[in-house]
Design a protein around this ligand. Structure first.
Ligand SMILES: Cc1ccn(O)c(=O)c1
Ligand SMILES: [Zn+2]
Length: 263
């Protein structure tokens, strides 16, 4: 079960899960989004994701997930609008997934689990000059969460899936260029939930404005299976561990309000 997977994670990858509770942490992520308790906010704007595929640089296995990294030294790939007051630069995207299609996402909607969740990570380039600075600040990061569900093959994702065998082990990196991260957004980007939370991996800093899309994207069973062929372990380690269940357990809401851009 997902519970078993989460318990396994805690036992086998204590570092990965980070401390269960961050001292004084009252805005941790992920959370369950209780739809009927979310509050419609008519002030929430359209999301404006303007990504330049030529800023895509590499794909690598960092031992937690696989990351597609973008050149974030200019404002070529940006996110504006939505709940955001400032302009944010895309720096990387990655996924979280399960060992089975029954679970894998970090956020849930009325407790519904998805087989995987995409995170597009951006930092506030109006206020800070580096991701490393922004990650420590309240309004430093904006992460778009997109749920993946099993269905038809996602043609845009396939280029990424084809690159995964080359980065099976922790620490491996290959060049990966001209990828438009926008192709991974759902058709409907009007409808989302937003709340203030944290990174879901150490340092778990509470610097994230989360934007969780209501509409999931569809990927094929086989495409998801390739995610599970990645390894947590490096080539040198004698015992290889499949990279699965790389999600954090859900965190208390602590009185936070989740706003919705739709009623
Ligand atoms: C910056 C960062 C690091 C890890 N994860 O999971 C995130 O979603 C964002
Ligand atoms: Zn993430």
């Amino acid at each position: 079960s997902m519970q078993k997977a989460a318990e396994y994670n805690l036992k086998m990858h204590p570092m990965w899960q980070g401390p269960l509770a961050v001292p004084g942490g009252d805005r941790q992520s992920p959370i369950d989004i209780v739809v009927r308790k979310s509050v419609f906010d008519s002030q929430l704007k359209h999301l404006i994701a303007d990504y330049d595929p030529t800023t895509c640089q590499q794909i690598w296995n960092n031992g937690y997930s696989f990351l597609v990294e973008y050149d974030d030294t200019t404002d070529k790939s940006t996110l504006k609008g939505g709940p955001l007051q400032d302009k944010f630069r895309l720096c990387q995207f990655h996924f979280h997934w399960g060992e089975s299609n029954a679970w894998g996402s970090e956020h849930t909607v009325d407790r519904r689990l998805f087989p995987a969740e995409l995170h597009l990570v951006h930092w506030n380039s109006d206020k800070y000059s580096l991701f490393e600075e922004a990650v420590m600040e309240d309004n430093g990061l904006a992460v778009i969460g997109v749920f993946l569900k099993v269905g038809k093959r996602h043609d845009g994702l396939q280029k990424l899936v084809d690159a995964l065998p080359a980065i099976r082990h922790k620490g491996s990196v290959v060049e990966f260029t001209k990828f438009d991260a926008g192709c991974l957004l759902p058709n409907n980007t009007e409808d989302y939930w937003t709340y203030h939370g944290s990174l879901t991996t150490p340092p778990l800093t509470e610097s994230v404005t989360w934007i969780v899309m209501k509409q999931a994207i569809e990927v094929s069973h086989d495409q998801l299976a390739v995610f599970r062929s990645l390894l947590f372990t490096s080539a040198e380690e004698e015992v290889q561990k499949s990279m699965v269940n790389n999600f954090r357990v859900q965190q208390p809401l602590r009185g936070r309000t989740v706003r919705s851009s739709f009623s």
